[in-house]
Write a protein that binds this ligand. Structure first.
Ligand code: AMP
Length: 576
């Protein structure tokens, strides 16, 4: 990590960077990185959290995935570490799952690129040897799941006596997974003088208790406390599709094509995404143009004129670029990802459905962002129906519908004499054959014969299942905010996700089993993503876990050979 540049010396070099980030006290190396990433301005949680964290305060932040909270703690952490004498590790980030350890590790690495920070994700299920080597060599930031962190602490391979900053990320999920004691055991061995930040999507009493034990005089931050004022949220038909990251671009193209969006605003978070999405849509034959803060005024004016004149059908924009624009009524607002706050969401969708006309807002979101979606629903007092992503056959059917409508229109408009003569020249073929061939050409010209892949439908949300499980376990708390009501459209989603199998696992509460033990065992032994695991019920002597039916036999086989909490347990399909 580079050291020594004082904050004063950085000031003259920060001009030209995003004023929003400059105002928070971030310095040139980080500002340059944010510029490269195409971030135009801080999200609300970043605006609130970065200054106190830079000043060294402890922090209790209520924020869900998707609000930009990783950068909210990583940016001040990186800046503070760059000014301090190097100790290794100097920061520890605790997260509930291996996926998150990898994801947060990558994000910290990305934000710390200019500062050459070394980051190591440490999680269970991964061979311990390489972790031992890396820890021995020394890393600046360790991003770990609590169980594996404790394992290393007990082996003496993770030493936290000199750690300066500790972050507890998604603390409520860590507690749901039964990590409360592990967290206490880890934090007890850290210096009293460290800075601690705790982020959680909800702040129930048990999170408060942890904060009380481990945070000193923390500043408390809650984003979107105030519901959006009645009447300010526009009446727009709102739907969402939950799609895993790798399929997001394909899903965007799919929803645009199925919706037949011909004057739509597509919102992205960053400039980079705006450029990528525009290139992808143009490549599929759409008339799409980008607009973002990195473009000159002249370029932006030209893009806006083309959109207003109807020459462009899709305007792909960042929030900042769209803010000052006089954008005409559009048929659709499409969120390439969920915006980081309810206010921005309302602002975005307010671009459609104006003046009593019909409007539609379609949002594509990552499975981990479902909590943020529910918080947006609460704040806007509007329902967002979660629907399965349209299938390839849905797309084909819509394309044919549109061709039919277009042909009917041409028939109504007439005259068709010149074309009738062409049909006569083709009289060697029956007229229906000729008509069908002409339609085929039309469909082909509209991209209707392009090879399309099915986009996988996600299984139910993992966090939700755990909560249901705790409930049926008799120890649960009654649904914490926002998780109680299933989203509209759930029934269709359920139908597709019904291909789950129920596994009987012969170990239960009596043996001290917690949902996290089962998730860990299944995810690690069977090498499947923990998101794929459904509801978990823990009974006295056994547990029942829903897993994708296609994976059931493989899971039964490997779990039957593995140990759960140190013992071999019977695993089979559950029969009522
Ligand atoms: P998180 O809530 O930390 O998981 O972040 C959600 C997403 O928002 C990530 O893909 C980030 O890259 C992105 N992001 C975070 N902060 C900003 C920002 N200020 N502007 C644009 N995108 C951001």
């Amino acid at each position: 990590m580079k050291h020594g540049s004082s904050s004063e010396s950085a000031v003259p070099t920060v001009t030209g960077f995003s004023p929003g980030f400059v105002a928070l006290g971030l310095e040139a190396p980080l500002l340059a990185t944010l510029e490269t990433l195409g971030y135009e301005e801080p999200t609300p949680i970043q605006r609130e959290a970065i200054p106190p964290l830079l000043a060294g305060r402890d922090l209790l932040g209520q924020a869900a995935t998707g609000t930009g909270k990783t950068a909210a703690f990583a940016l001040p952490m990186l800046q503070r570490l760059s000014h301090a004498a190097r100790v290794r590790p100097s920061a520890l980030v605790l997260v509930p799952t291996r996926e998150l350890a990898i994801q947060v590790g990558e994000a910290v690495q990305r934000y710390g690129k200019e500062l050459q920070v070394s980051v190591l994700p440490v999680y269970g299920g991964q061979a311990i040897g390489p972790q031992l080597h890396a820890l021995k060599r020394g890393v600046d930031v360790v991003v770990a799941t609590p169980g594996r962190a404790l394992d290393h602490i007990r082996r003496g391979t993770l030493k936290l006596q000199e750690v300066r900053i500790v972050v507890l990320d998604e603390a409520d999920e860590m507690l749901d997974m039964g990590f409360a004691e592990d967290l206490d055991a880890i934090l007890v061995g850290t210096p009293k003088t460290k800075q601690t930040a705790l982020f959680s999507a909800t702040i129930p009493p048990r999170i408060r208790a942890i904060a009380h034990r481990h945070l000193q005089n923390p500043i408390e931050i809650t984003i979107a406390k105030e519901p959006v004022k009645a009447g300010t949220a526009p009446r727009v038909q709102q739907t969402a599709h939950i799609v895993a990251r790798p399929y997001r671009a394909a899903a965007l193209a799919r929803v645009i094509e199925v919706a037949g969006a011909n004057s739509a605003l597509v919102f992205c978070r960053t400039r980079l995404e705006v450029d990528e999405v525009t290139a992808m849509l143009t490549g599929r034959g759409h008339r799409a143009e980008a607009i973002h803060g990195g473009m000159s005024q002249g370029q932006r004016d030209r893009v806006m004129q083309a959109f207003k004149a109807g020459q462009t059908e899709l305007l792909v924009a960042t929030d900042v670029a769209a803010r000052g624009l006089d954008i005409p009524q559009v048929s659709h607002v499409i969120n390439y990802d969920l915006p980081s706050s309810a206010e921005i969401y309302v602002h975005r969708i307010g671009r459609t459905g104006r003046a009593g006309r019909e409007g539609a807002a379609i949002t594509i979101l990552d499975p981990r962002e479902q909590r943020l979606l529910r918080s947006i629903e609460q704040h806007t007092k509007a329902r967002v129906a979660v629907l399965p992503i349209p299938s390839v056959s849905d797309l084909r059917a819509r394309q044919l519908d549109r061709v039919q409508a277009a042909v009917e229109q041409v028939l109504r408009d007439g005259p068709l004499d010149a074309f009738k003569r062409l049909v006569e020249r083709l009289s060697a073929h029956p007229p229906e054959e000729v008509a069908a061939a002409a339609l085929k050409l039309l469909v082909r010209a509209q991209g209707g014969e392009r090879q399309e892949q099915e986009i996988p439908v996600r299984p139910p949300e993992f966090g939700r299942s755990i909560r249901e499980a705790r409930h049926s376990d008799g120890r649960g708390h009654s649904g914490s905010s926002g998780v109680g009501r299933p989203p509209a459209g759930r029934t269709r989603q359920d139908k597709r996700t019904a291909e789950m199998a129920r596994l009987y696992i012969g170990v239960g509460r009596e043996a001290g089993i917690r949902p996290g033990d089962l998730v860990g065992a299944i995810a690690n032994e069977a090498r499947i993503n923990s998101n794929a695991i459904g509801t978990i019920e823990i009974e006295h002597r056994f547990s029942i876990v829903d897993v994708p039916a296609s994976m059931a036999s493989g899971i039964i086989e490997v779990l039957g050979r593995a140990r759960i909490k140190g013992r071999r347990v019977p695993v089979r399909l559950f029969r009522e």
